[in-house]
Every structure is written in C-alpha cells, then in structure tokens.
Design a protein around this ligand. Structure first.
Ligand code: AMP
Ligand code: ZN
Length: 114
C-alpha cells in the first residue's frame, strides 16, 4: 500500500490530471492514453484486485459506474459509445495493484481486445 502509485495520487503526493473527485472515488487521465479519451476511475480505498472486492464494497462499485456515466457524458462520448475495462491479475493485464476502471472512448474500439 505504501508503494502504491494510485494511493500516492489519491494522497496528492503524485501529480495527475484529475477530472473528478469525491470522498470515495477519484478519476484522472491515464499517462499512456490508448484512445483520444482514456482515464481511470479509482476507488480511494486500496483494494488490490477485483478478487478482493467484498460485499461491503457493493455500493462503492455501483458509485463508480455512476461516476463513469457522468464523466462519459461530460466528455461527450456517451452517445457514440465507450468502454469500461478493469484488468485482474497478470494474465488479465493488471499492472497497478489497486483496482481501477479504464474508461476509453473517442474512437471506434475494436473487439476482441488483444
Ligand atoms: P492496468 O494495466 O490495468 O493495471 O493499468 C494501469 C494503467 O495505469 C495504465 O494504463 C498506465 O498507463 C496507467 N498509469 C500508470 N501510472 C500512472 C500515473 N502515474 N498516472 C496516470 N496513469 C498511470
Ligand atoms: Zn493503493
């Protein structure tokens, strides 16, 4: 947790381009954007992987989706469409061990992902 870069961003100890913040959640731009719009929605609670989500977190996860919808509309990608991705563990492509939801849009996204 001490070495967690997202906890550092949440604590204001590391710079980021913040789009949204409330008591539970923060959203900031991804430093290596994979689409014209690419940001991360991150719970302030340090949850290492999707597998660590507990029943008590259900409201938090729902809230993340509300924030995602609000930001998709705000960024003008709601109508055209967008994608939310959350990677879990090594084969899932997770690099940062603090759960986060990628919100991608602004171009036609391909399927299946690589
Ligand atoms: P994942 O592979 O799902 O764990 O995604 C981690 C994401 O975090 C990648 O898309 C990185 O580009 C992004 N990232 C890593 N460090 C930072 C940072 N300091 N600020 C913003 N995004 C970051
Ligand atoms: Zn963390």
């Amino acid at each position: 947790m001490e070495d967690c870069i997202f906890c550092k961003i949440i604590a204001g100890e590391m710079e980021s381009e913040i789009l949204y913040e409330d008591e539970e959640v923060i959203a900031f731009k991804d430093i290596e954007p994979q689409a014209p719009i690419h940001f991360l929605i991150v719970p302030k609670k340090h949850i290492p992987t999707l597998l660590d989500i507990e029943e008590g977190d259900n409201e938090l996860i729902g809230h993340i989706h509300q924030v995602a919808n609000q930001l998709a509309r705000q960024e003008g990608i709601a109508e055209d469409g967008f994608r939310i991705v959350s990677n879990c563990n090594e084969a899932g492509g997770q690099i940062v061990d603090h759960i986060h939801y990628h919100l991608l849009g602004g171009r036609n996204l391909q399927w299946p992902p690589g």
